[in-house]
Design a protein around this ligand. Structure first.
Ligand SMILES: C[S@@+](CC[C@H](N)C(=O)[O-])C[C@H]1O[C@@H](n2cnc3c(N)ncnc32)[C@H](O)[C@@H]1O
Length: 195
């Protein structure tokens, strides 16, 4: 489990800054990283945005491991919440980050989770999806096609195009949906909850 978490962790040392700065997230002071795992992206957020705090929400076992191996008590702007994001109340926040979460799940599960996020989100808040985007015609990038194959084998999910993520977000009630391709494996999609 620690090895898997190290794998999840390492990519954000390479391209975490690019995804958290793909959009200006400075208006969002209270951030919740759903399925935030080892806290690598939370650390990128607190480094890029000195005024924000980040709550990492993950399963109890994962939170326990993160505390023990990855996030020290000295990280004063990072806190943890234990729970199941399909069942338990989600903490209220201005911005929810879902990094490599939706690619694990079917469209129906994604809409269910995004609807829960929309309900918990403060008016005027937003959700940031961090995923590897497929070209609209599915013709590439090759790395993302291979990730998608991996997801199809190991999970019930898949990689998706920007239009497919936009449709999921719109079905959950989000508006003003934009995406940015970073050219560094992972991309960003930002969507808002109306005030
Ligand atoms: C593919 S990992 C992504 C981790 C991290 N966001 C990243 O990009 O490095 C999926 C994460 O979602 C968490 N997760 C899966 N199901 C969950 C649930 N029902 N409730 C809360 N967290 C969950 C896992 O424990 C894991 O940390």
């Amino acid at each position: 489990m620690v090895k898997f978490m190290q794998l999840m962790n390492s990519i954000w040392n390479i391209c975490g800054r690019d995804v958290v700065t793909a959009f200006d997230l400075s208006p969002f002071k209270v951030i919740c990283d759903l399925g935030g795992c080892s806290g690598a992206l939370a650390k990128q957020c607190t480094s890029a945005y000195p005024e924000c705090t980040v709550m990492i929400f993950d399963l109890p076992k994962v939170v326990h491991m993160s505390r023990e191996h990855f996030v020290s008590e000295a990280e004063q702007r990072i806190s943890f919440y234990q729970g199941d994001f399909f069942k338990d109340p989600l903490p209220e926040a201005d911005l929810y980050i879902l990094a490599r979460i939706l690619h694990d799940w079917t469209d129906d599960h994604c809409i269910e989770l995004l609807s829960r996020v929309h309900k918990a989100c403060k008016p005027g808040g937003a959700v940031l999806l961090v995923e590897a985007l497929l070209h609209e015609d599915g013709s590439g990038p090759l790395t993302v096609q291979l990730y998608s194959l991996n997801m199809l084998v190991q999970t019930e999910g898949r990689e998706r195009t920007a239009a497919q993520y936009t449709a999921l977000l719109a079905a959950a009630g989000f508006t003003n949906i934009q995406h940015r391709v970073t050219e560094k494996i992972y991309d960003a999609v930002l969507a808002h909850k109306e005030t």
